[in-house]
Each structure stands twice: as structure tokens, then as C-alpha cells.
Design a protein around this ligand. Sequence first.
Ligand code: SIN
Length: 446
Amino acid sequence: MIAEVADCGVAQAKLAADNAQRGFEAWRKTTAFERSALLKAWHQAMMEAKEVLAVTMSREMGKPIREARGEVDYAASFLEWYAEQAKRVDGDILPSQHPDKRLAVLRQPVGPVLAITPWNFPAAMITRKVAPGLAAGCSVIVKPAEQAPVTALLLAQLWQQAGGPAEVFQVITAERPAAVSDVLMEDRRIRKVTFTGSTPVGKHLYAKSAATMKRMSLELGGHAPFLVFDDADIEAAVAEVMASKFRNGGQTCVCANRIYVQRGILDAFSERLTAAVDELRVGQPDDETTQIGPLVSQAGRNKAQSHIDDALAKGARRLTAEREVDGFFVAPTVLADVTNDMQIMQEETFGPVAPLIAFDSEEEAVAAANATPFGLAAYLWTRNLGRAARVSEALDYGIVGVNDGAPSVPQAPFGGVKDSGLGREGGRYGIDEYLDTKFVSTRLDG
Ligand code: SIN
């Protein structure tokens, strides 16, 4: 155990909603320049607390310390970006056919927001939701994942240290999240919910939101294909697959889950990928040399391991060397001869397992990539410009990396299609989710 936090329930959720409403009434009246200055100060406070945040998230959910430091930079980049964007929320003046009328379009904050965040990026998934919300003039209540509440509480502390009002950004921690989220979902004053997590929970929240007609953003499960064409620079393609697949031990919504390799380069690619995976250093999260830490929980470990066991039982071959691991660890693994009937081809693994599947033609690869209810991220590796354009346009996904296994940046839209959710986070698209559009028609001689 690294810390004890409050186990909030119905009473605290009601109190948080009251606070959020009061916070919103005041915050919406601040100028964009004031909000921008506070976001900048929060960014500064976060960068000064970088090591504390990194060590905290590494301890609470097992992220290797070097990656955790990278996450703090990534998380803080949303504060910096939206500090700037706060000042760019503008409206429109429309031409009028009536000489005595003026037509204006205003962009106004939607109101108090509930953000339900995951454990895999305990800081960045909070700032990617909270920064645009605050920049737009909303107040935000964050319900962090049960596995990573301390990072969220630290972020709230830093916000207040930077001068941010406590009622404008609150964190509510709970062992039984449904009790808290039910109260907030039913509260009419909460005007928007933004959620990152599993597709079943996202669908449940979406259905519930209808009763109070909340705005929804849902960033749900992925099952990302990575297509490697035979014109690829194999070394570079392996490096991008490594960056995508093994980031955060494979516990990333956008990480490659199915690696399709064109038959002509399959052997060469498999050999190099296997060598790279065999070199990954598995260890404790606080060891500076660790590249793959433990998975977040026993359940997470069991799921990833069951994908390996199921594939091997159905005829897949393990290409990587076997390693002795225990506890919540899963040995980084490359599997060959993977077929569609295996669990790993149907569900997100959320672990360090790379299944390889051969393909012959571009059409076959695109069809296989799209044959899933999910549509968050997809990747392709090719040096053929025409193919890069054709395939990226044909992939039914919200994010496509062309020769790029790590496309996430604060200014870009992040989100999926189909069962991977709706709405976008990041960039100017992300702030739109927190703004209502109001039309004001003014008759001058009224
Ligand atoms: C996620 O796993 O949902 C976040 C990954 C990213 O921001 O790149």
C-alpha cells in the first residue's frame, strides 16, 4: 500500500455537485485571459512537481519510472496548449437580410462536467479532459480510477497551489465508483460527462445520460491493427511497432493489438521483432532500466496471459524466448501463426503480447483491419505514397499512424468511431466538446 484515500459515496457526490455548480457560476464569469493565466500557472506547478508525480503514478499503477516522467510531460502539455487555446474561443457575426437585425453566434461553456478517468495514464487522461473544460469556462469533477487516485489528488493540490479555486476542479475518490457516478449522472446540473474506459461501461453511461440529456464524450476500447507492407524499411517498422505495442506494457487504448505483415517480409520482420522483444528489460517500475513493468492488477495479468495461452492452445507459435515471471508480470511475447478464432484477435489484450498475421494484398489487409466493432487507432508502414493515402483513407478508425507508432500530441484530435466511442479530445476539437453554441438575434429598434 502506498497511501490511503477517502472512499466517497452518495453524500460526497452530492456535495461535489453543489460545489461544481457554485464553482461554475463564478468561473464562467472569468475572462479567457484569467483562465489562461491559471492554466499556465498549473502547468508550471506540474513541471516543478514532475518527479513526485512520476514516482507516485509509477508506484500506484506500475508504470516504469522513465515512462512515468514522459507521461508527466505529456500530461502537462495539455495544460500549456489549452492555456493558449482558451484565448481563441471566438464566435461569429452572421450577415443579416434584415437591415435592423444583428445576428451573432456565441460559444459558451456547457456547465459543470463529470470526468471519469482511467488508470493507464493517471495524469494525462485527467489533463486532456480537465484543461479544455477549464479553458472553456466549465467546472470539472474528476472521478479517477480506483487503481490510481493519488496522482489525481496531487493534480488537484497543484491546481490549488497555482491559485485555482477548489470548487472549479474537484477530485472524488471512491472504491465503488457506481455509487458516485450514479448520483452525478442523475444530477441535472452536471451538463457533460467525459469518460475513458471500457466499451460496456461507456455504453451504460451513454444510455443513462439520455434522462438528463448530457453532452457525452466517450473514449472506449480499441483493437488496433498495424499493417506492415512489403515495401517497408523493416528496421524502422519494427521500431514503430515496438513504440506502439510495448508502450506502458501494452496497456494503452491505442497500442497495436494485431500486427499484419505482408507475406514476402514476414520471416525477416518476425526475426527482427522477436530479437527486439527478447531484449526488452522486464523489472520493477522504480528501476531506471526497466522497460516493461508489472501489469496493473491480477485481473489484467490474467487476461493478457490467457490471450497467450489460448493462442498457443489453438496452434500459435511463441517466437520469443520463455522468461520466468511471477506476480502481475507477463513476459513480453511475440506469437506467430495467429488465426482469427483466437481470443487475441477478438479483444483488446492490454498487455505486452504481439500477435503476427500474414497477408497477401492491400485489399485483404484493409478488410481484416476493419473487421472489428472497434475503431480507435490503426497504423500502417509503407514507403509508397499512394498506398499510404489509400489505406489511411480506407481504415475505419479515428486515428491513423502512417509510419508512426506514437501519433498522440496535445493539438491533435484523439478519439474513435464505432464501439470505440464518440467525441474528440485534444486540440481545438477537444474544446468544442465543452462549448454550447448560442445564436443571438438582436432587433436594433426594439
Ligand atoms: C489511452 O490509452 O487512452 C491514451 C493513449 C494516448 O494518449 O496516446
